[in-house]
Design a binder for this molecule. Structure first.
Ligand code: GLC
Length: 749
C-alpha cells in the first residue's frame, strides 16, 4: 500500500481502534499458555476492557513460531480492518546462534563481520516469525559499574557509529530503504538517549550533561543508526537534564525528528510511560498519556496508559487527535514496510516456508570467528601462551565447565547449545594432558537475594568449598600450566545488574591466591559482561585472556586462542580501571588546566589522586597478539590543509613475529585549541589488517575536514582553523607516531 492508502486506512478506524495500534502487550494477555519472555517488572497493568486486547497493535517477546502463527490467525479473524499484529522481541546479539555480547564484538573492530552476525540474527528471527528486534543498543558507556555496558558498543563515538550502522544493515538489509526484504527484520535503535551516562553507574539513575557533551559524544551512534535507516527508536528510562526521555518533547521531536530526521516509530521502553508518574513528572496516567503523545511516543510498551486515557484526551482536543493519527500512520507504515498487509505470516505460513538455518554450521562458524576476534589477550608474559601440545594442563575454575556464557540479553538462546571451555580444550588437546577441577564457587555465598527472580538461575553449588580447593591444588601440582577460568556470573551483569565494586568474587580470589603459591604459570581466562577490576590478580598470573560472554561457541573459540590455532587480535572498546575510584575513566577525556603530565609528576596541584595512578590498568584500544607488529616509515604528504583538502598519512606495518595475525592500526587526533575545550585525543580512523609472518603492508589514512569538526554550543557542526596533533599507534596510550598538522584558511604562498 502507498501512504495515501495507509492514510485512508487510518481514517477508517474508530478512535479506540486507532489507540489499539499504539498498545503493545506480551503474549500472555492473549493466551495463558503463552510463554512470552519476561523482561521487566510484572504487575497488573489495568487494561479496562477486553476490546483493547483484541485491538492491540503489537506483541512483545513472543518468540515461538507456532504461537506467533496462531495469535496472528485468531487476531485477524477478529480484526474488523484486518490489520496484522507486529511481533517484536529483544534479540540483541543472536536468536539461537548466540554471538559474543556487543561490548565484546566491538573489541573485534571487524564491522563487516559484526554485520554478518546481524544478518544471521535476522535470518533466524525471520524463521521464527519475528518482525522487529529491539537492537542495536548503541548507548555510549564510560562506567563499568553499570550492568548494561555488556549490551553497548563501548566508550568511543566512532566505534559506536560503526556498530550502529553495521547492525542496522545486517538486521534490515541495506538495499531498498523503504521495504524490508525476506530474511530481514526492522531494527530499533535504543535507548534514546544517553542511558549509559546514569549517575554513579546505578541502573535507571538520572542523566545530566551539557548539550555539547550530548551532541559530540552520546548522540552520534543513535544518529548513525537512524541514518542507516533504522525503522524504530526506543525511549530511555532515564531523565535527561531533569526531564524523563519518554516525556521529553525537545529530545524526541526537536532533536530526534527535526534534527536527526527520524521518521519511523518511537516506542517507549518497558512501562516507561507509566513511570513518568514515578519520576514525578506526570501527576497521573492522564497527564502521562498526554505528555508522552506530545513528546512523540508512538507505542506504549506494556502499560494501559494509552489504552485507558487517550480516548478521552483526543475527543476533547483536535490537536491531540491529529497527533494520534500521525502515530497510528507510522505504525501502519512499519507494518506495510514489512509487507504484513500482503503476508501477515511473513514467511511462517507453512513448514515448507522455513529454510531451517537456525544453528546451522555456517551460522556457528560465523559465531566462532567473531568470538575469536572479540576475546582480548591482556597479558602474556614470557610467551606463556599459546599452550604447547605436550604441556600437562590443569583446567581449573567455575567457568571450566560452565554453560551460562551467553550473557544477560541472550533471552532466546539455549545454554545447552553452548560449548564449554572443557569441551573446547578436549577437542584440541590430548585428553591425557588435560585434568579438570572446579576449584571454587562461581558466586560468593549469600548473594542470592541480589538476583530477584533470577535466583533459580544461579549455579547450584553442592560441593564443599575446601574440597573444591584441595582438588584444584592437587591437579595443579601435577601439571605444567594452569588455565584458570573465572569471572562474574551472567546475572551480575545486564539490566538491573549495577555493581559498586566490579571485581571477581572472593571465593575465586581465594582460589587464585592459593594457586599462585605453587610457582606454576597461570593463564587467567576471565568471563564477564563489563571491564572487571583485575588489579589485585594481575601480578599473580602470567597471562590473561578476557573472554567476556562469548556466546554459543565459547569453549571452542577460547581453546583455539589458548592453543594458537587462532591468534588473538581483539583490542578493548572500553577502558579497564585500576580501581573503582577512578570510574568513570575513559581515554578521550578533556585536558584540564593542570594535567598530570606523567606518572613521575608528583606535584600536589595537578589533576591526580594521591592514592592511585590516573592511568587505567588497560587502556582503550589495547590488546596483545602472539606475534609482533613493527610500525615504520611514517610519512605525511603535507602538514597543513584547507577545509576542502586532505592530508595523507602513510606507514608500513610488518609482522616480525612467528605467527600470522591481525593488527588494528589506530589514528587519533587532538584539536590543540578550540572554542570549547576538546579531548586529549579522539579515535578518527582505524584499519584492521591481516599479515603473515614476515609480511608487511603499506597503510594509508586520509585526514579530511570532517574528522576535525565538532558540535558547537549553538548546534553548528564545523571545524576551526589551527593546530592538531595526530597520533598513530597500537592503542590509545602507545603512540608510535606523532605529528603536528594545521588547518588553514589558505596556504601561505
Ligand atoms: C527492557 C529494556 C529494553 C528492552 C525492553 C523490552 O526493560 O530496557 O532494552 O528492549 O525492556 O524487553
Amino acid at each position: 500500500m502507498n501512504n495515501e492508502m495507509l492514510r485512508k486506512k487510518v481514517d477508517q478506524l474508530t478512535i479506540q481502534e486507532k489507540i489499539g495500534q499504539l498498545i503493545q502487550l506480551t503474549g500472555n494477555f492473549f493466551d495463558t499458555h503463552n510463554d512470552s519472555v519476561v523482561t521487566g517488572p510484572q504487575k497488573k497493568i489495568g487494561l479496562s476492557r477486553s476490546y483493547q486486547i483484541n485491538n492491540t497493535g503489537s506483541i512483545l517477546n513472543t518468540v515461538d513460531k507456532q504461537q506467533i502463527r496462531e495469535m496472528q490467525r485468531t487476531h485477524l479473524l477478529k480484526s474488523t480492518h484486518k490489520i496484522p499484529l507486529l511481533f517484536m522481541a529483544d534479540i540483541i546479539y543472536g536468536f539461537k546462534t548466540i554471538f559474543p555480547i556487543p561490548l565484546a564484538q566491538t573489541c573485534s573492530w571487524n564491522f563487516p563481520l559484526i554485520e554478518e552476525s546481524a544478518t544471521v540474527l535476522a535470518k533466524e528471527c525471520y524463521e521464527a516469525g519475528i518482525h522487529v528486534t529491539f537492537a542495536p543498543m548503541v548507548d555510549l558507556v564510560r562506567d563499568p559499574r553499570w550492568g548494561r555496558v555488556m549490551e553497548a558498543p563501548g566508550e568511543d563515538t566512532l566505534l559506536g557509529e560503526c556498530y550502529a550502522e553495521s547492525m542496522v544493515n545486517g538486521i534490515q538489509g541495506n538495499g531498498d530503504a523503504q521495504h524490508i526484504p525476506k530474511g530481514k527484520l526492522a531494527a530499533c535503535i535504543k535507548h534514546f538517549a544517553a542511558y549509559g551516562a546514569a549517575v554513579a553507574g546505578r541502573e535507571y539513575n538520572s542523566v545530566d550533561m551539557s548539550e555539547s557533551m550530548l551532541r559530540n559524544f552520546f548522540l552520534p551512534s543513535y544518529a548513525k543508526g537512524i541514518e542507516a535507516g533504522a525503522k524504530l527508536v526506543m525511549t530511555a528510562f532515564n531523565t535527561l537534564n531533569g526531564i524523563p526521555c519518554t516525556g521529553n518533547k525537545w529530545l524526541n521531536r526537536d532533536m530526534l525528528r527535526d534534527t536527526l530526521h527520524f521518521d519511523g516509530v518511537l516506542i517507549s521502553d518497558y512501562a516507561a510511560i507509566d513511570e513518568l508518574i514515578t519520576h514525578g513528572y506526570a501527576e497521573n496516567q492522564t497527564s502521562a498519556a498526554k505528555q508522552a503523545l506530545l513528546a512523540g511516543v508512538d507505542i506504549d510498551m506494556k502499560t494501559a496508559v494509552y489504552a485507558n486515557k487517550l480516548e478521552k484526551l483526543v475527543k476533547q482536543n483536535q490537536d491531540l487527535h491529529a497527533l494520534l493519527d500521525e502515530a497510528v500512520l507510522r505504525v501502519l507504515m512499519l507494518k506495510n514496510d514489512l509487507g504484513l498487509f500482503d503476508d501477515p505470516y511473513r514467511g511462517i505460513q507453512t513448514e515448507e516456508d522455513i529454510t531451517n538455518t537456525i544453528l546451522s554450521k555456517e551460522h556457528k562458524e560465523t559465531a566462532l570467528k567473531l568470538a575469536e576476534e572479540s576475546i582480548v589477550l591482556l597479558k602474556n608474559n614470557n610467551h606463556t601462551l599459546p599452550l604447547s601440545r605436550n604441556q600437562k594442563v590443569a583446567l581449573i575454575g567455575p567457568y571450566a565447565e560452565e554453560k551460562a556464557t551467553l550473557g544477560f540479553w541472550a533471552i532466546t538462546g539455549d545454554e545447552a547449545d553452548t560449548i564449554t571451555l572443557k569441551d573446547g580444550l578436549h577437542a584440541l588437546l590430548d585428553t591425557s594432558c588435560l585434568s579438570v577441577a572446579r576449584g571454587a564457587y562461581l558466586l560468593d555465598k549469600h548473594t542470592e537475594n541480589l538476583y530477584d527472580k533470577y535466583n533459580d538461575k544461579l549455579p547450584v553449588e553442592s560441593e564443599d568449598e575446601e574440597t573444591l580447593l584441595e582438588e584444584a591444588i592437587a591437579i595443579a601440582k601435577t601439571s605444567d600450566i594452569i588455565v584458570l577460568a573465572v569471572g562474574e556470573n551472567t546475572y551480575q551483569s545486564g539490566e538491573g545488574g549495577s555493581r559498586t565494586n566490579p571485581v571477581l568474587p572472593a571465593t575465586q580470589l581465594r582460589l587464585i591466591n592459593a594457586l599462585s603459591t605453587l610457582a606454576k604459570p597461570i593463564v587467567l581466562v576471565v568471563y564477564g559482561g563489563r571491564p572487571l577490576i583485575l588489579t589485585e590478580v594481575e601480578e599473580k598470573v602470567s597471562a590473561i585472556l578476557y573472554a567476556w560472554f562469548p556466546g554459543t561457541m565459547n569453549g571452542l573459540a577460547v581453546a583455539n586462542l589458548l592453543t594458537g590455532k587462532a591468534n588473538p587480535s581483539a583490542k578493548l572498546s572500553m577502558t579497564f580501571p585500576r580501581s573503582v575510584g577512578q570510574i568513570p575513566i575513559y581515554y578521550n577525556e578533556l585536558r584540564t588546566g593542570r594535567p598530570q603530565l606523567d606518572e613521575e609528576n608528583t606535584h600536589r596541584f595537578a589533576s591526580r589522586y594521591i592514592d592511585q595512578s590516573n592511568l587505567p590498568l588497560y587502556p582503550f584500544g589495547f590488546g596483545k597478539s602472539y606475534t609482533h607488529f613493527q610500525y615504520s616509515d611514517f610519512r605525511l604528504n603535507q602538514e597543513e590543509m584547507t577545509k576542502n583538502e586532505q592530508i595523507k598519512v602513510t606507514l608500513t606495518v610488518k609482522n616480525t613475529g612467528s605467527y600470522s595475525g591481525k593488527e588494528i592500526v589506530q589514528l587519533y587526533i587532538c584539536d590543540k585549541v578550540a572554542s570549547i575545550t576538546r579531548p586529549v585525543k579522539l579515535l578518527k580512523a582505524f584499519k584492521k589488517i591481516d599479515l603473515k609472518v614476515g609480511e608487511s603492508q603499506r597503510i594509508e589514512f586520509e585526514i579530511d575536514n570532517n574528522m576535525l569538526k565538532f558540535y558547537h554550543p549553538d548546534g553548528s557542526f564545523d571545524s576551526e582553523h589551527g593546530d592538531f596533533d595526530i597520533f598513530i599507534g597500537k592503542d590509545s596510550a602507545e603512540h608510535l607516531f606523532k605529528r603536528r598538522i594545521r588547518l588553514v584558511s589558505k596556504h601561505n604562498t
